[in-house]
Structures are given as C-alpha cells and as structure tokens.
Write a protein that binds this ligand. Structure first.
Ligand code: ASP
Length: 439
C-alpha cells in the first residue's frame, strides 16, 4: 500500500506543526511520498512565506535593497530548524536565492523557494530523500503544464525511491526556468505524485476536518461530509466551497485514486473521503449546500421566441463576442434568462444590451442584479422523492422568494436563485430542513 501525503501551509507553519506532521507520517509506514507547501500563517494576522517571497522579489525587481525582507524569510525557516533541533543549514541556499533575486530570476522562481526550502527541511527532519520539483514537474516552452512528460519524469524518478519529499507548487521548463501553478497549487503536485506512483490513497492534510455540509460562516457548527464523489465536489466547489485546488482533482480522478482530506490538528478525525463513485449512501439526502453571491440576470422577452430558429444562439453569441461567461440559462416559453457574474457583466452592460437588441429585436429586456445562487447537491437526491418539494417549502417558510430554479438532468443538484439579502437565510433554512430535522 502506498500513500501520498500533502501538507498545507498551516500544517507546516512552525516547528510544533512540523512535529505533528512527523508523528502523522511515522504512524503509518505507507505514508511514503510527502508533498509540503511553504510555511503558512502561524496566527491569523501572520503572513504566509509565499506572500513574503512575492513581496521581497518585487523589491528586488525595482532594484531596491531587499536584504531585510530576505532576512525575515530566513528567520521563518531558522525558527523551524531550531525548534526541531536539526543540524541543518540553509546558508548556501539563501546565498543562491539572493543572487538569483539580484539577477531577476522571475517571480515564479521567487515564490517557488517557499516550497523548495520547506521540502529540504522536511526531508532532513524525516530522513527522506529530497527531490527538487524542477526536475520532475515539467512545463512547456510557453509555460503550459505538460502532464505527460511530468508523469514520465515522476515515475522514472520515484520508481526506485521508497520514500521521498517532493515540494509542491512548482516545476520548470526543460531549460530549468521555474514555473509555478496558481496559488494553492501544492494540491496539484500531490495529485500528480499520487498518479505517478500509483498510490492507493492521496491524503491531503490541512487545518479543517474535511468538507462541511455548509459554510461555517453562515451555519453554526455544520456537520462534516464523510464521503463525497468527485462530481458532487465539482458542484460544491463551483459554488464557492473551497478546500482543495480544483486542478488537483483531475489527475487522481482519472486513475481512480481517492483523496482523503484530513486535519493535521485533529488527526483522529476521519475527514472527508473523495471518491469516483460509492455505494455508501450519504447520511442525509443531501451531501452539501453551497452558494455564491454576485450574480446579475438578464431576462429577454419576445413573443413567439420558441419558434424563432437560432434565437438562443444569437443571444449567446453576443455574450461570447463581449467575452462574458454565462453561468446559468433558465428559459420560459417566451423568455430566456441569462445569469452572469455581476462584476464581469457590469463593465459591458450597455454594449451587451444594445447588441442583443440588434441581434434578436426582443420585445423587452429586464436586468436584475444583487442575486445569489444556492445549490443543494447530493447523489442521494436521485433516489429520494420530494427533494424539490422540501427545498421550496423550506424557503417559503423562511419567506424567501425563489427567482430561478435549475435542476441538472443528473439529479445531482438543484440550484435556486434568490435575492442577495435572502442568501444566508436560504442556506440556513435548507440546512435546517435537510440536516437538523431529518426524518
Ligand atoms: N505556497 C503556495 C501558496 O501559498 C502554494 C500552496 O500552498 O499550495 O499559494
């Protein structure tokens, strides 16, 4: 059995956190491949090392003195080394980093040092071998991630290694230029390593005990989700629930490797298991509730719209030409409504309306902003009658007017549009009916 374990920044922010991580790894000998993030925040007003590196490099790029900023970064690592009582020095590494900052090696290079140095400390602490991600995670000449070459390089390198530490977040082009993934990208590295070594499980250790049924900022002490499918997760992440980098899912999903989200500060919690499919029925009819704010709706009305061939296409073309992405599109007999991200739409609002008038000569266009979408997601909904009924009666009871309904044909989710002011109450009402008053 092989496990790949990725630890997030808050799990590695200090020597105490490193010790917890060490205990977790030593407790199970299958935890053989370790992917660390850079040190994160030790307390809420603290600064992540990655952000310190970006800021320091910005100073270097301006040609100003960055010595003090680099010394602060170095102190973060030294505190960990000293706290762990390690006989280990990053002197040479910092010399090289200073030099590379001076010759302006790029902000990706700068940011990547957060994971690189933390990986070195982790390898020394665990007695595992260190693998520089620049050698095994490949980007092409245009800076696009090269999955095939990465898989080949990782496989080749790790095949003969029983244990290893591979820092997350970055890789390099074939000429050695360092490139990073987007923020939070260590999750992706973990997933790539899991794929390459044919891991049985990808454990992603963070500071929460998995996914919660609803946002804890909205619902008090929500219950956690034990098992979730990749599809359900996709629906919930789209709606704003974020624990894992979206791009981390694809590599393991195609290989059928489950991801287990675990809590470094509560290792006894089972966390959430993310799987391709499962016979395990969720505890509740729904798996999760999520929502996002900041939508606008454009309703286009025209008599006999339904019989006008090409009507929808022409409307959609207007949005495409203006570079505005469409989020949802519920339609009526003589109306179609387009939900878009309000901030993306706002700038081009008048131009889009004029273009729609020109393209399809509607009778009427109505705009509504300050809308939110709330999604009730769950594989259990398919086999349960009356889910939609319960949703609407819960919302009606809470005096919430439903502006839009969208049920995907997979029956995996029902999305309702509500006014911004009703957003939080809608989530609370849905949590109450499906989780607290479950029959
Ligand atoms: N250290 C990087 C960040 O702060 C990557 C990661 O932690 O996954 O975004």
């Amino acid at each position: 059995m092989k496990k790949v374990v990725k630890f997030g920044g808050s799990s590695l922010a200090s020597a105490e956190q490193f010790e917890k991580v060490g205990d977790i790894i030593h407790e199970d000998e299958n935890r053989r491949y370790v992917v660390p993030s850079a040190p994160g925040k030790r307390f809420s007003s603290d600064v992540k090392v990655t952000d310190m590196l970006y800021a320091c490099y910005e100073t270097a790029e301006k040609g100003e003195s960055f010595a003090e900023q680099l010394a602060d970064i170095r102190a973060r690592y030294q505190e960990i080394i000293d706290g762990l009582d390690l006989n280990f020095s990053l002197d040479n590494d910092f010399e090289m980093i200073e030099e590379n900052f001076r010759i302006k090696a790029g902000s990706d290079y700068a940011a990547s040092r957060g994971e690189f140095l933390n990986g070195k400390i982790m390898a020394a602490y665990l007695g595992f071998e260190f693998v520089d991600a620049a050698e095994v995670v490949r980007f092409d000449d245009n800076g696009a991630f090269d999955d095939k070459e990465t898989d080949r390089l990782l496989r080749e390198k790790l095949e003969s290694m029983h244990t290893a530490v591979i820092p997350g977040f970055y890789g390099a082009k074939s000429d050695g230029t360092v490139v990073t993934f987007s923020r939070g990208g260590s999750d992706i590295t973990g997933s790539l390593v899991a794929l390459a070594v044919h891991a049985d499980l990808y454990e992603n250790w963070t500071d929460v005990s998995g996914f919660l049924i609803a946002d804890p900022r909205i619902v008090k002490n929500p219950k956690s989700i034990e098992t979730i499918t990749y599809k359900e997760l996709r629906e919930l992440s789209y709606m704003g629930a974020s624990v894992l980098h979206e791009d981390a899912i694809f590599p393991v999903r195609k290989a059928g490797i489950p991801i287990n989200i675990r809590n470094t500060n509560a290792p006894e919690d089972k966390g959430t298991l993310i799987v391709e499919s499962t016979c395990r029925q969720p505890k509740y009819t729904i798996t999760g509730i999520a929502g996002t704010d900041g939508f606008a709706a454009i309703t286009i009305e025209k008599a006999m719209m339904n019989s006008e061939i090409g009507f929808c296409r022409k409307v959609l073309q207007v949005f495409e030409d203006n570079g505005v992405s469409i989020e949802h599109m519920p339609s009526g007999i003589d109306t179609m409504t387009i939900f878009v991200n309000k901030s993306a739409f706002e700038e081009k609002e008048q131009k889009i309306i004029a273009d729609i008038h020109r393209a399809v000569q509607p009778d009427h266009i109505e705009l509504e902003s300050e809308l939110a979408l709330v999604a009730v997601v769950g594989r259990g909904m398919k086999s349960t009658r009356g889910t939609a009924g319960r949703i609407f009666s819960a919302l009606a009871h809470a005096h919430i007017n439903v502006k839009m309904i969208d049920q995907g044909s997979s029956e995996l989710n029902i999305i309702v549009g509500v006014k911004h002011d009703d957003f939080k109450n809608a989530i609370r009402a849905l949590y109450e009916i499906f989780v607290l008053t479950q029959i």
